[in-house]
Design a protein around this ligand. Structure first.
Ligand code: TK8
Length: 339
C-alpha cells in the first residue's frame, strides 16, 4: 500500500515537470510556418531593414519554426492590393502606410491631417497608447489584425518645377499623393493639382513626367532614388506618417496562443529597431540628397502657418464626413502627451 503511494507520487511529480516544460519556450506550440511579408519599398530601405530584423527575431523566438519571408518593392502588390490579399487570406502579413487603409476603416484618415504632431516623441506616445491601439482594433472586424506602428516619418515635398518656399509655389504643380481623400483635399487646397497613385507606380510617374512631384519622408526619397528624377526638395514636415504592421485575420485566427504571442513580441521588437534606425537614417538623408544634386530649402515657420490655415477645409470636411469624434479624440490625446 505504502509502496504504491510513493510510486504514484513520483509519477505525479514527473507528469507535473513534463507539463511545465511544455509551457516553456522550448516546447511551445509552434508549427512550421512560412509567412509571406510584403512591403512597398526596396530591400535596402529602412522598411526593408526592419522587415529583415522582424524575420530574424521571429526565427530566434521560434527556434526557426516560424519563418517570415520578406517581399519588397511591392512585388506582392501595392499597399491596397496587399491589404485585400490579407483580408482574403492569400497573404499573411505586410507593412504599409496607414493612409491607404481609409477604404477599410475611414477613421485612419485622421493621421493624415496636417501639422498634428510636433515631433516623433508625441507620435510614439499617441500611436503606442490607447488612441493608436483603439484605432488599430477597428481593423479586426474588417479582417485585419493591426500589430504595431512603425515610423514612415514626417513628409516633405519634392518636384521638378521650382523650390516650394511659400504656398503660392505649389500652384499648378501636379503632385502625386497617396490614395486618400485627406491628401487630395489638402494639396488641392494648397493650390497643387493632386493626383492619387499607388506608391508602386510613383517612380515611373515621376520619370515619365506624368506628375511633377510627390511628398514622402527624406528616408524614402533617398531609398527610392527619387533624386534621379526630382530636382527640388522642400522641407515642410506637413504630416507625420505612420506605417502599420498588418496580419491577415483569417490566418491569425488559426494560430496557437504561443504563435500569436511571439508574433506580437517580434512586432514590438521590430518597432523599436525600426524607429531608431529610421531616425538615424533621416538624420543623414538630407546631406546625401544634396550630394546627389537635389536643391534643398527649409520652408519657414510663417509659411507653414499659412499652409496650416489653408488646410482648415480639409479638417472640416473630415469632421463633417463622420470623423469629428476620432479627430477630437486624437487632438485630446496629443494635448495630453504635450503636457
Ligand atoms: C510604401 C508606401 C509609402 C507611402 C506612400 O508602400 O505611398 O507614399 O509613404 O511608404 O506605403
Amino acid at each position: 500500500m505504502k509502496k504504491y503511494l510513493v510510486k504514484s507520487l513520483v509519477m505525479a511529480l514527473a507528469a507535473a515537470s513534463l507539463a511545465s516544460a511544455a509551457g516553456s519556450a522550448v516546447a511551445a506550440d509552434f508549427k512550421p510556418r512560412i509567412i509571406r511579408f510584403g512591403y512597398g519599398l526596396s530591400e535596402d530601405s529602412n522598411q526593408g531593414r526592419a522587415v529583415k530584423f522582424f524575420a530574424e527575431d521571429l526565427a530566434k523566438r521560434t527556434g526557426n519554426k516560424v519563418k517570415a519571408k520578406g517581399f519588397g518593392n511591392a512585388s506582392l502588390g501595392s499597399d491596397i492590393q496587399m491589404q485585400n490579399a490579407l483580408i482574403g487570406g492569400a497573404q499573411e502579413m505586410m507593412v504599409g502606410s496607414t493612409a491607404t487603409l481609409v477604404g477599410i476603416v475611414k477613421d485612419f484618415g485622421v493621421y493624415d491631417l496636417p501639422f498634428l504632431f510636433n515631433n516623433e516623441a508625441e507620435a510614439d506616445a499617441v500611436l503606442d497608447g490607447p488612441f493608436g491601439q483603439k484605432l488599430a482594433a477597428k481593423l479586426q472586424e474588417k479582417g485585419l489584425v493591426g500589430l504595431v506602428y512603425w515610423e514612415n516619418g514626417f513628409r516633405n515635398l519634392t518636384n521638378t518645377k521650382r523650390p516650394v518656399a511659400k504656398l503660392e509655389d505649389m500652384q499648378g504643380v501636379k503632385l502625386r499623393v497617396m490614395q486618400n481623400p485627406v491628401y487630395i483635399d489638402m494639396f488641392n487646397s494648397f493650390g497643387a493639382n493632386a493626383v492619387p497613385l499607388p506608391f508602386s507606380e510613383l517612380f515611373t510617374a515621376l520619370e515619365t513626367k506624368t506628375v511633377d512631384g510627390q511628398e514622402n519622408p527624406v528616408t524614402t526619397i533617398e531609398s527610392s532614388k527619387f533624386y534621379e528624377v526630382q530636382k527640388y526638395l522642400s522641407i515642410t514636415k506637413h504630416v507625420y506618417s505612420p506605417w502599420i504592421i498588418l496580419a491577415s485575420k483569417k490566418w491569425w485566427d488559426g494560430l496557437s496562443a504561443d504563435e500569436k504571442r511571439v508574433l506580437q513580441e517580434s512586432a514590438v521588437a521590430s518597432r523599436d529597431f525600426e524607429r531608431k534606425d529610421t531616425r538615424a537614417a533621416a538624420g543623414k538623408a538630407i546631406d546625401t540628397l544634396k550630394g546627389k544634386g537635389m536643391q534643398v530649402n527649409v520652408v519657414a515657420d510663417a509659411e507653414l502657418a499659412r499652409m496650416r490655415e489653408k488646410a482648415k477645409p480639409a479638417f472640416d470636411k473630415f469632421a463633417a464626413d463622420g470623423g469629428a469624434e476620432v479627430l477630437k479624440e486624437l487632438q485630446g490625446e496629443i494635448a495630453k502627451v504635450r503636457k
